[in-house]
Write a protein that binds this ligand. Structure first.
Ligand SMILES: Cc1cc2nc3c(=O)[nH]c(=O)nc-3n(C[C@H](O)[C@H](O)[C@H](O)COP(=O)(O)OP(=O)(O)OC[C@H]3O[C@@H](n4cnc5c(N)ncnc54)[C@H](O)[C@@H]3O)c2cc1C
Length: 442
């Protein structure tokens, strides 16, 4: 048997890493603090259906994730569908898909519509040679597009996740994505939702001899002579290597007063969380998958009409709509009782569709889910302080969503990162064993 490796966190990064390690013959243990696997991709039972707590879809360009889906024999369960985008500004709904839609987009002037189209086409070129990692996105975009386009379109289109912090994000975060998300209108979904994928990865890990422990939060990591001691509530595991996929603040908690804390240069990131409401409806709302909402007297700033992509049978023949607000885990909204959020957001959602006679009777159920750690708020110059893959002087490798920057966090990005972390681990192992051989020979 090869080395003992402990993987911490069973979101997609931890699942993908454990799957590859177990397949390659390593003695792997995957530890998850929650009772369920999947991290931000967890699910709940509603009547007889398993439903994703947070809306998720796949993109045709998700190469590492699609490869993983294939490795666990699920490619035939994946389907693709063209989807459309809407926009709600000042309480009015717009289609936002074609050049004609842009020309009809009244929240900005006719001249601004032309400016938006032309600058967007040139943006990839305009960013070349600029130090975008140190340039605040708001400054760059306001200079290029003007304040109205920034406020009415761009902020919401790309940055609603970051709330009040969005303007200060490095411009690189957006620029990196331009021209890459080509098939944005075509989205994919797995029959049965994320649970299908998580269950299949779990099954494969076990078949390959890997071990998975839920309800097992890692409390402490201690450096030893040959590896890392992983301390759980009632047990300690000696690992040759640790791969940690948990958010950085939670990783830092495992090093308090241990001999590892000095090795890790904590970037002290603030994370956005999310409050997400699921509406089970007896009717569709519109024919858009994604709808940013601007200045329309709602607390949530986006709507995802999931049944534009997913078959209604997945939701007990209901139409499924998610609405979301990204916020800090200490904010009043995040801490508020689920029932009162549901009551308020129900009225706000109804207020956006006066023309289609959408009423309370059309809503059969509402569920609220929250997640405290979704995405770091990247400071300017983040490329320089982004955590390295290996914690110096330890056998700990990091594969956490804070490292996918400047790419957007996603199941694909986390899977790609997990693959890279493992390749790196294999290289380190190889060079360590070569050094040992050399020492023996001397
Ligand atoms: C509302 C919403 C919508 C999204 N939509 C999409 C989408 O459409 N497409 C897409 O690809 N992505 C989407 N994402 C992003 C995607 O969910 C994340 O990028 C991805 O799930 C991150 O996976 P991860 O494994 O890196 O981290 P996580 O999923 O955060 O996993 C980390 C795991 O570590 C565990 N953990 C934490 N501390 C400990 C500890 N001490 N010991 C043991 N375990 C611990 C946690 O419980 C968790 O299970 C969305 C996210 C949200 C919130």
């Amino acid at each position: 048997m090869k080395n003992k490796i402990v993987v911490i966190g069973a979101g997609i990064a931890g699942l993908a890493a454990s799957h590859k390690l177990a397949k390659d013959g390593y003695n792997v243990t995957l530890l998850e603090s929650n009772s369920q696997l999947g991290g931000l991709g967890t699910f709940f039972k509603h009547n007889d259906q398993w439903i994703d707590k947070f809306y998720h879809c796949q993109m045709p360009s998700d190469d590492p994730l699609l490869k993983l889906i294939d490795d666990v024999d699920l490619t035939n369960q994946l389907y693709w569908k063209p989807t459309r985008m809407g926009f709600i500004v000042d309480g009015k709904r717009y289609s936002f898909n074609t050049a004609i839609d842009l020309l009809k987009f009244r929240p900005i002037t006719f001249f601004e519509r032309l400016r938006f189209g032309v600058i967007s086409l040139l943006l990839r070129y305009l960013g070349k040679g600029k130090d975008l990692d140190n340039l605040p996105i708001e400054k760059w975009f306001k200079d290029l597009y003007g304040a109205n386009i920034w406020n009415k379109i761009l902020k919401q289109l790309f940055l609603s996740k970051f709330g009040d912090h969005s303007g200060n994000l490095p411009a690189l975060y957006i620029w990196q994505r331009l021209g890459r998300e080509k098939n944005v209108a075509t989205r994919g979904y797995l029959n049965g939702g994320l649970k299908t994928l998580i269950d299949s990865i779990e099954k494969k890990i076990k078949e390959y001899g890997g071990e998975i422990k839920v309800n097992s939060p890692v409390k402490k990591l201690i450096k030893t002579e040959t590896g890392v001691e992983v301390v759980l509530e009632n047990e300690t595991i000696d690992a040759d290597w640790v791969i940690s996929t948990i958010p950085i603040p939670q990783f830092v908690n495992t090093m308090i007063e241990t001999n590892i804390s000095k090795s890790f240069n904590d970037p002290k990131l603030t994370y956005q969380g999310v409050v997400n409401a699921l509406f089970f409806l007896n009717r569709p709302l519109d024919n858009f998958y994604w709808i940013p909402v601007v200045n329309s007297n709602t607390e949530f700033d986006g709507i995802v009409e999931m049944t534009e992509l997913v078959k209604k049978e997945q939701y007990g023949n209901k139409n499924m709509v998610y609405v979301m607000k990204y916020c800090h885990r200490d904010s009043d909204l995040f801490l508020e009782n689920e029932k009162t959020i549901a009551e308020r957001w129900k009225k706000q959602l109804i207020s956006l569709y006066p023309d289609i006679n959408f009423t309370e009777d059309d809503i059969s159920d509402i569920k609220i889910f929250k997640a405290p750690f979704v995405e770091p708020i990247y400071p300017l110059g983040y490329s320089k302080i982004k955590p390295q893959m290996k914690v110096p002087d330890t056998n700990i490798i990091l594969a956490t969503s804070a490292q996918v920057y400047p790419n957007i966090t996603s199941w694909n990005a986390s899977t790609g990162l997990a693959n890279k972390a493992i390749e790196y681990l294999y290289k380190l192992e190889k060079s360590n064993s070569e050094k040992k051989e050399l020492n023996k020979a001397i």
